[in-house]
Design a protein around this ligand. Structure first.
Ligand code: ADP
Ligand code: MG
Ligand code: MG
Length: 873
């Protein structure tokens, strides 16, 4: 257990983020109410054993004594009670996911003392009813609605709209009603011992770590499930003591755009969650300058000191009690992807951080989000309404008013709610976008959506939300109606608005000039630095000259995978059919000769587009039957012809071929190098096309760097056989430049025998899609839809291994193959050409594993470049 005066911001593992930062602020001499932190160790012990560690109570007593000394009040005292807040706080921020209980220590007798001490009956009863409500909900799971119903009844009996307008006598009645609710739901009276309240509250906060919504949030955010939360116990200060009091939240820079200048919301005469819950409308921080100039000035100077200390955007929670400012929380604040880039560049300009550090302040995921399209507002109708632009993006979908419906939807949906709370999380995850009618940029909906990179507009106050419809400006929008939500402008449109590419995408696609746009300037600056420090090169998967040209504009320095089978589709399919149906060498040769010039022409264009850079051409990989019609189609076609009494002719031969080539398990069948060894002349034709195309480019003054890559090799003998044939073909083409021959490593056996295979390979390229499929025994075409959802729910993995490399399994094979390959052949080039090459977390792993390059789809190239830089910086 740590007193706030003992800890500091670097003890997040033990004290949680909130506790560590409260300690840091205390150490800076900022006005923080006194308190202490029960560590995450105690939480883990509690979660293991189900009871609070025995030594805990003595320690609580000791620390409590210090709080009593510095406040001059006693916990449990009838005349001048010390009240406490008990707050969760994990290492990683989980906004609103876990529990906090305020006003602990109030009892039937203490409420009178509190009222007398402050000369304010109303405030005392308001605090007591808040305690019963939060305590009942958190510790005993009393449904929130049961309390809300009593409060609503009191408001309507008194004829007021706002809780703040209830009188002391009316609130006293609410307390009586609440205690009945408590008794009815728990079978016991509301505890009248302050100490018992405290102990129960600490246990409840620990338990809230495993609340369903918290588990889900951690899974979504990839936060480990075994960290546990700390508990912060601190003296209460009161924002609900009248017009000179209030509570607020603020950011040191705009978390949506990154613009300099403080931003925040303040609510007078309010406590705790009132601001964040968006239940009442807040005023902006600038208005605080009029309401309480002294506190406003003090707050601004504190915020400046916090930025200097944390060297980053901070968000804070504060309370003003009767004209005195108290700091209740700070942390490095969440921000939109655009703000992340802008702020990182600003901090470099301000001399606060280095460019290397700036790279750590942004992520590939954020860059990917910035490359998404936005609405073409020129083509949009007048908006239905405009709310607070809380999290950018362009979301189009059918309206749903209920989170369960959103979670169950199969079509894209927009979740529309008055406000959200942590129970809405599954629906928020499933929805394309979120729209609320209440709350600002710091409301639950806004904070959570920003964290998930999800489009969100909140506080659209003119939207009146009913059960299965809402009205806005006299129009009715029903469940199922399509709306378009613009998270960048806050505008909401009826119907589907066309989308246009992002500024950042346009920047990468060609203009490559920032035009004074602070976001583009920041992206440019960080990308230049990423390229400068990166050790991993970024190539692209590109099958056509157009793809290769785009990849080059996006910054790719080569083609890491050209899939040649794509060159066999369309009207060339008949040539492949002829190859498959060939019954003798002459027919086969004729079919191959017809394919050769077509392939050569494709390669010439591709090499021209990547002139001066490596282009890795993979010989044909998929099973040949993929080029034929399906068995069922051919069977039906032949049966129909016969039914009409006709001779099926060539369809009959085709059916026979389809039957002959049919496989139960084509992905484990005749494909890749196996095909090359079984169909004479096929690989030779492809190698010849590569060599001739390269020779033609050289003759035309170009600088082609083709490489030939053999897929699906499992043993060195396969590669040796193909290599011998390829080398003799290469030698027979005059004018061809030197062409390296390498292999894919995508069969586990190839990884294990990499030392032998390296003897016949100039390079390795890890085909991590197949390697994942074959290592796990997961059919990648089937499992994602079939059972991965369940696996993710069960936490068997946090993310599909086809999306992010499975480091301990598949990753281990990669490491091992690199090591064995390099020791057999020093200087062996190694790369990756699976989907993982564009996945941020995987790129970092490939850097660590010492690969030379990753290759990914052209659109992911900027993301991979940024991550390669981040990994090296
Ligand atoms: P969360 O992590 O969900 O933000 P907090 O622990 O920050 O939960 O508590 C929520 C709110 O309760 C705070 O924003 C603050 O307004 C209020 N609060 C917490 N502790 C105190 C306190 N000691 N005095 C007054 N208000 C408090
Ligand atoms: Mg908080
Ligand atoms: Mg493969």
């Amino acid at each position: 257990m740590y007193d706030f005066v003992e800890g500091n911001k670097d003890l997040k593992d033990l004290l949680g983020g909130k506790g560590a930062n409260l300690a840091e602020m205390t150490g800076m001499g900022l006005p923080v109410p006194p308190g202490f932190t029960v560590t995450t160790d105690a939480c883990r012990a509690y979660l293991r054993t189900g009871s609070l560690p025995s030594g805990l109570f003595g320690e609580v007593d000791q620390h409590l004594r210090r709080v009593q000394n510095s406040t001059g009040r006693r916990f449990g005292d009838a005349d001048d009670p010390l009240l406490l807040s008990v707050r969760s706080g994990a290492k990683f921020s989980m906004p609103g996911m876990m529990e906090t209980i305020l006003d602990i220590g109030l009892t039937d007798t203490a409420v009178g003392g509190l009222a007398r001490r402050h000369g304010d009956e109303r405030f005392a009863w308001d605090s007591y009813r808040r305690l019963i409500q939060m305590f009942g909900r958190t510790v005993f799971d009393v449904p929130a609605d049961a309390f809300e119903a009593e409060l609503a009844a009191a408001r309507s009996a008194a004829g007021v709209r706002d809780d703040a307008d209830l009188t002391a006598a009316q609130l006293r009645e609410v307390v009586h009603a609440y205690k009945k609710v408590f008794l009815a739901h728990t079978g016991r009276e509301f505890p009248q011992s302050a100490y018992e309240q405290l102990v129960l509250a600490i246990g409840a906060v620990f338990r809230s770590w495993n609340a369903e919504r918290a588990v889900l949030y951690r899974r979504q955010e990839r936060i480990p499930q075994d960290l546990g939360t700390a508990v912060n116990v601190m003296a209460m200060v009161f924002g609900n003591r009248g017009a000179n009091s209030g509570t607020g939240v603020a950011f040191t820079r705009d978390p949506a755009t990154g613009r300099r200048g403080v931003y925040g919301d303040y609510l007078r005469n309010a406590q705790g969650e009132d601001v964040v819950a968006g239940v009442r409308n807040t005023v902006s921080l600038t208005e605080l300058a009029t309401i309480d100039p002294a506190c406003h000035t003090q707050l601004l100077s504190i915020m400046e000191r916090l930025e200097q200390r944390y060297r980053d955007l901070c968000d804070i929670e504060f309370t003003i009690e009767d004209g005195k400012l108290w700091m209740l929380q700070t942390r490095v604040g969440k921000r939109t992807p655009a703000a992340a880039f802008v702020i990182a560049a600003q901090l470099v300009d301000e001399g606060v951080i280095t460019l290397d550090e700036a790279l750590q302040r942004v992520t590939g995921e954020q860059l990917a989000a910035l490359m998404f399209p936005s609405f073409d507002t020129g083509a949009a109708p007048p908006p239905l309404t405009t709310g607070v632009p809380a999290s950018p993006g362009a979301a189009v979908g059918a309206v749903v008013f209920d989170s369960a419906a959103a979670a169950a939807a199969t079509e894209p949906v927009i979740l529309v709610r008055r406000e959200t709370n942590p129970d809405d999380l599954p629906g928020m995850i499933a929805a394309r976008g979120i729209l609320t009618s209440r709350g600002g940029k710091t409301s639950h909906a806004a904070v959570v959506a920003r964290g998930m990179g999800k489009t969100c507009v909140c506080g659209a106050e003119d939207v009146e939300i009913g059960v299965d419809s809402c009205t806005v400006g006299g129009r009715t929008v029903r469940a199922g109606d399509i709306v378009s939500v613009d998270g960048a402008s806050g505008r909401v449109y009826a119907g589907e608005v066309p989308v246009r590419p992002s500024r950042v995408m346009r920047y990468f696609e060609g203009e490559r000039t920032a035009h004074g746009d602070p976001l583009l300037a920041a992206v440019q600056r960080l990308m230049v630095h990423a390229d400068h420090v990166a050790r991993l090169a970024v190539h692209a998967n590109a099958d056509t000259a157009a793809d290769a040209a785009r990849a080059r504009r996006f910054g790719a320095t080569g083609v890491g995978l050209c899939r040649t089978e794509h060159m066999f589709l369309g009207d060339r399919r008949v040539l492949v059919e002829r190859l498959i149906l060939a019954t003798d060498g002459a027919q086969r040769q004729a079919a191959l000769s017809a394919l050769l010039p077509l392939q050569r022409a494709d390669f010439e264009e591709l090499f021209a587009a990547m002139d001066g850079r490596p282009v890795t051409v993979r010989l044909i990989d998929p099973p040949l039957h993929e080029f034929l019609p399906s068995l069922s189609e051919m069977t039906a076609r032949v049966a129909e012809a016969r039914g009409r009494g006709e001779d099926p002719g060539s369809d009959g031969e085709l059916l026979a071929a389809v039957r002959r080539m049919h496989e139960q398990n084509p992905m484990l069948g005749l494909r890749g190098v196996r095909l090359g060894l079984v169909v004479p002349g096929l690989f030779a034709m492809q190698v010849r096309a590569v060599a001739q195309a390269a020779a033609a480019r050289v003759a035309a003054g170009g600088d082609p760097h083709p490489e030939i890559m053999v897929p699906l090799v499992g043993t060195v003998q396969e590669l040796e056989t193909v290599r011998a044939e390829a080398e003799s073909v290469l030698a027979s083409v005059p004018g061809a430049p030197p062409i390296r021959i390498g292999t894919m490593i995508e069969v586990p056996r190839a990884a294990l025998t990499a030392g032998q295979i390296a003897a016949a390979a100039d390079f390795f390229s890890f085909g991590t899609n197949d390697l994942t499929q074959m290592t796990w025994g997961f059919s990648r075409d089937d499992v994602e839809g079939a059972f991965f959802g369940r696996y993710l729910d069960l936490g068997i993995f946090a993310v599909s291994p086809f999306q992010t490399i499975d480091v301990p399994g598949v990753g281990e094979l990669v490491r091992l193959a690199v090591e064995r390959g390099r020791s057999a052949r020093p200087g062996l080039t190694t790369g990756v050409c699976g989907e993982h090459g564009g996945d941020p977390a995987s790129v970092r792993f490939f850097h660590d594993a010492g690969l030379d390059y990753v290759s990914c789809s052209p659109y992911r190239v900027p993301v991979a470049r940024l991550e390669a830089g981040r990994a090296a910086a």
